[in-house]
Design a protein around this ligand. Structure first.
Ligand code: C2E
Ligand code: CA
Ligand code: CA
Length: 692
């Protein structure tokens, strides 16, 4: 359920797609632009060079013309008209035609060419009949596939082809002719306009076309290769995504898939007005089932359950996933709480018989079938609204909703039958408080807002103060007095408890040292060390260093370990206990008898003190039976050389009974409540008389 994993998964998915698409488009555009740009430049350059040479010829003809007019030389004129240039005309300054020869197919469309290719300034016009060279505002344009156009119009100079010519000869003579009109000025200001012919070998066009096609083919080829790579990348990623999103056991969605798909469903515009229910569904005692049958059988069961759940969903807009061994997440549409309950009941009906195989008996499956219990926590997801109007959900905090559903489920006892619990405002408050505590904890520790209270432990006749337990209190400037039940469980969950344990040991050691130095009669004070802390292998040395740095005698400090801690790594705990004892600290088992039996732990662990849980002295259980259990527990402790402390003693009769049974110490409201250290100091000074 790691959200960082989810984030990197999303990032990989996104960045890879964008990178591929953008790089492909860029690659294609740049290559195509460079290659085709170079080719067009080359063609324009050669056409312009030919134009320049045509201009030189026409300028030369204009000179001949001018010479012939000036000298009235008919021969020269004949040479011009017959040999050099059959099509030309002359206009005076006012545009009046002075002379014309040949066919006038001149148009006024044209103009001066730019200086890109370095040619001289002269005017060029299109030919009316043969529009192979055109002029636009941008300059000279050659319409596309000229040779083909030319062939279609059968304008190749094939008449010059003679029998016996080789193919190469024919090719050489096959030219594409592109007529243009070029103007040059005469010395008297009149204009000489003549028809020029730009000729390009047909073979050159073919070569150009081949080069053009080859280069474009290369680009296309590279593009295809890139595309294939991209597609195979997409396919690989899709496979990888599936690997990421499919649950190994159920072959359905896993948590990651649930997060991604759930978010999509909730954020869809058409689902904006719909109420949804996020459900945390748990198979109670799934572990027992696996132990009775096998892990494989358990996994087959999960597969069947997943199928049943999926079948119960409306396909597109609802979702389910296998989250952990015994739990599933469901996102279903929900009109209201009753509708969710109805769906849950319906689902339960189908799930109840999931262990009974349909049709043929499965190999390895016993004849007795398990009837399962299911529990669910639900968080209702309301539509988002702005000014009372339903709007599309901006963010879909799937993880948050699911955590709330898990919190709701945790309110159901493990012994409850099938049950469903909704995340309500009270739970919401609780969640808020957990967050608030987390935000304030460090500041509270730094500002010493945590205060040590001491609860004395007396001998049963109250003649002697034998010890005390240090109990934490939070005097918060923001929240006032906060009892430990409101924040210790939060610290235990978020790990801050280890800081608290250090803080308490340190403060108790300092108080003890101060009292000792003041010549007061000090008794051992026990400090609670959380179960989480006992997992640290160097815990005994941490405590030793801390206490030695203060200089408190070791026999004045006792470490209380709660009974449930003995279920963790047994060897590590035994090791820590032995070390603590070897350093001279007492170690006690707190809350003995409150939870699971810890008799077995007593067998392995050499503890100094057994603290009988307050539950022995509360409740409606048969007093006679209670007394038997308590007296036997005390006897057991004695036989194991352990001293006993009875906690939560509130009544005189209880004290009397414990005294008779030989209980060593009483810690309870009957004698003293936990108190501030100033009050405890007074208690230390008091002398008690043994009552008669
Ligand atoms: P605990 O270690 O079992 O502490 C004994 C609790 O029983 C204390 O509650 C004490 O005030 C209460 N108690 C003692 N005598 C009587 C009695 O006659 N009647 C009743 N009704 N209650 C009695 P408190 O101080 O509220 O502490 C609750 C729990 O918070 C503790 O249970 C302990 O688990 C935890 N805790 C308190 N201080 C610390 C601490 O410094 N570190 C750690 N790790 N946990 C602490
Ligand atoms: Ca305790
Ligand atoms: Ca206790």
């Amino acid at each position: 359920m790691a959200s960082s994993k989810e984030k990197s998964f999303r990032r990989i998915k996104k960045s890879y797609t964008w990178f591929s698409v953008i790089s492909l488009i860029l690659f294609f555009l740049i290559s195509a632009a460079v290659i085709n740009g170079a080719l067009i430049f080359f063609v324009l350059y050669s056409v312009n060079a030919k134009l320049d040479s045509q201009y030189a010829i026409i300028d030369h003809m204009a000179n001949i013309y001018e010479e012939s007019v000036r000298n009235n030389d008919a021969t020269l004129r004949d040479v011009l008209i017959i040999k050099e240039c059959p099509d030309f005309f002359v206009l005076d300054k006012n545009g009046k035609e002075l002379e014309r020869h040949g066919k006038n197919t001149y148009t006024t469309t044209g103009g001066q060419l730019g200086t890109l290719f370095g040619h001289k300034d002269y005017l060029v016009y299109e030919d009316a009949e043969n529009k192979l060279l055109l002029f636009t505002d941008g300059g000279l344009v050659i319409p596309a596939p000229i040779p083909l156009y030319h062939k279609a119009n059968q304008q190749l100079n094939t008449d010059e082809v003679k029998a016996g010519d080789s193919l190469e000869d024919i090719d050489d003579r096959e030219v594409v002719t592109m007529p243009v009109w070029i103007e040059t000025g005469l010395s008297d200001g009149s204009r000489f306009i003549a028809k020029g012919q730009i000729q390009i070998r047909f073979a050159d066009f073919i070569i150009f076309l081949i080069v053009f096609m080859c280069l474009n083919l290369i680009v296309l080829l590279l593009l295809v290769i890139r595309l294939i790579k991209l597609i195979s990348g997409f396919i690989r990623r899709k496979q990888m995504t599936e690997l990421f999103l499919v649950d190994d056991v159920t072959k359905g969605n896993n948590w990651m898939a649930f997060l991604l798909k759930g978010e999509r469903i909730l954020k869809k515009r058409k689902n904006a007005g719909r109420r949804y229910a996020m459900i945390h569904l748990v198979i109670v005692e799934y572990r027992n089932y696996c132990m009775c049958h096998s892990l494989e059988e358990g996994q087959r069961l999960l597969f069947r359950i997943s199928c049943v759940i999926e079948e119960s969903l409306s396909k597109k807009e609802e979702l389910s996933a296998h989250v952990s061994s015994s739990s599933f997440a469901l996102l279903i549409e929900a009109e209201n709480d009753d509708a969710v309950k109805e769906r849950f009941d319906q689902l339960l009906k189908e799930l109840k018989n999931v262990d009974i195989p349909q049709g043929k008996k499965q190999p390895g499956h016993s004849d007795t079938f398990h009837i399962f219990r299911f529990q669910a926590g639900v968080q209702i997801i309301e539509p988002d609204t702005v000014d009372g109007k339903v709007v599309k959900r901006k963010d879909a905090r799937i993880e948050y909703y699911y955590n709330n559903a898990v919190t709701a489920k945790s309110t159901l006892g493990t012994t409850d039958d099938d049950g469903i619990a909704f995340f309500d405002s009270q739970l919401m408050e609780e969640e808020r408080w957990i967050e608030t505590v987390k935000e304030h904890q460090q500041k509270a520790l730094d500002n010493e807002e945590f205060v040590v209270y001491y609860q004395p432990k007396y001998s049963p006749d109250k003649s002697e103060l034998i010890g005390a337990e240090a109990l934490i209190r939070w005097q918060s400037p923001d929240f006032g007095f906060v009892p430990p039940g409101r924040f210790i469980p939060v610290f235990e969950k978020n790990g801050f408890i280890t800081h608290i344990d250090h803080y308490m040991i340190c403060h108790v050691a300092k108080d003890q040292k101060k009292w000792l130095d003041a010549g007061m009669r000090c008794v051992p004070v026990s400090v609670n060390v959380s179960r989480a802390h006992f997992a640290e292998s160097d815990l005994a040395d941490q405590i030793l260093n801390m206490i030695d740095s203060i200089g408190t005698p070791h026999n004045l400090i006792e470490i209380e370990l709660t009974e449930s801690a003995f279920f963790d790594d047994k060897n590590a705990i035994i090791e820590t206990i032995e070390r603590l004892k070897s350093y001279g600290f007492s170690v006690s088992m707190d809350d003995f008898g409150s939870g699971y039996s810890s008799l077995n732990s007593l067998k392995d662990m050499n503890l100094d003190v057994l603290k009988l849980d307050a539950d022995f002295f509360r409740g409606d259980a048969d007093p006679a039976r209670k007394e038997v259990v308590v007296s036997e527990a005390i006897r057991l402790a004695k036989r194991l050389n352990m001293r006993t402390v009875a906690e939560g003693v509130e009544e005189k009769e209880q004290v009397e009974f414990l005294k008779q049974q030989g209980c060593d110490m009483i810690q309870g409201y009957y004698f003293a409540k936990p108190m501030p250290k100033e009050e405890y100091e007074e208690r230390m000074k008091e002398i008690y008389h043994v009552p008669d």
